[in-house]
Design a protein around this ligand. Structure first.
Ligand code: HEC
Length: 186
């Protein structure tokens, strides 16, 4: 009599457990996409949502969007004055004579030791937050270790150009590099 009752309770407990499992398994997960007639459009919406996020993340301001004083902000006075009277063609000559082009190429498809100079005027706008593009280029030349371009080695670019070049030569180089931007068809 007693064992029959125990068996009945055991049976009941087992059935409740099975029922519990079934209920858990069938509860829809809100985070999961269920197979439905709308699945196609749901996936499309997700994809285009991702595209919008990615596009927003890579959008950086261009040099042509800045006012002249924003381009040169923060430069030491003598460099700013020299930049006013700069000769970018002479800057190009210096880049040849000083061997810059041994490590930097204007062609974005040519891999060299240093980062490309293709549109480097635009790149310089957002390399270091709070640093104007002319100031960034000035620092890059006289003190290459102050900011190391991502994915490039430190201590490879000669660190003594600031001593070798006159202020006017530095300004000519900066002007030449600023001219490498998307709005300046070259
Ligand atoms: C021996 C190779 C070498 C030479 C020569 C060289 N550089 Fe560089 N340069 C580099 C490397 C490597 C980097 C990246 C690491 C860094 O940011 O310091 C760099 C970075 C730069 C940057 C920053 C670019 C960016 O995308 O942020 C500028 C500007 C620059 N160099 C200008 C010059 C100028 C101007 C000269 C010549 C007067 C010159 N370099 C000579 C190797 C070189």
């Amino acid at each position: 009599m007693k064992s029959k009752r125990a068996r009945r309770i055991g049976c009941l407990v087992a059935s409740l457990m099975v029922l519990g499992l079934v209920v858990t398994a069938c509860t829809p997960d809100a985070a999961q996409l269920i197979i439905s007639p709308q699945l196609g459009s749901q996936l499309t919406a997700l994809e285009s949502g991702n595209e919008i996020v990615a596009a927003a993340a890579v959008e950086a301001p261009k040099l042509s969007e800045l006012a002249p004083e924003q381009i040169v902000a923060g430069l030491p006075d003598d460099v700013a004055a020299a930049l006013d009277a700069a000769d970018p063609a002479n800057g190009e000559q210096i880049s040849l004579a000083r061997g810059c082009i041994g490590c930097h190429a204007l062609d974005p498809n040519v891999t060299m030791t240093g980062p490309t100079w293709y549109h480097v005027g635009d790149t310089a706008v957002s390399r270091v937050p709070g640093e104007s593009p002319a100031l960034y280029l000035y620092h890059s030349i006289v003190n290459p270790g102050s900011f190391v371009a991502p994915n490039y080695p430190n201590n490879i670019m000669p660190a003594n150009y600031g001593e070798q070049l006159s202020v006017q030569e530095l300004a000519d180089l900066i002007d030449y590099l600023l001219q490498q931007n998307a709005a300046n068809a070259s």
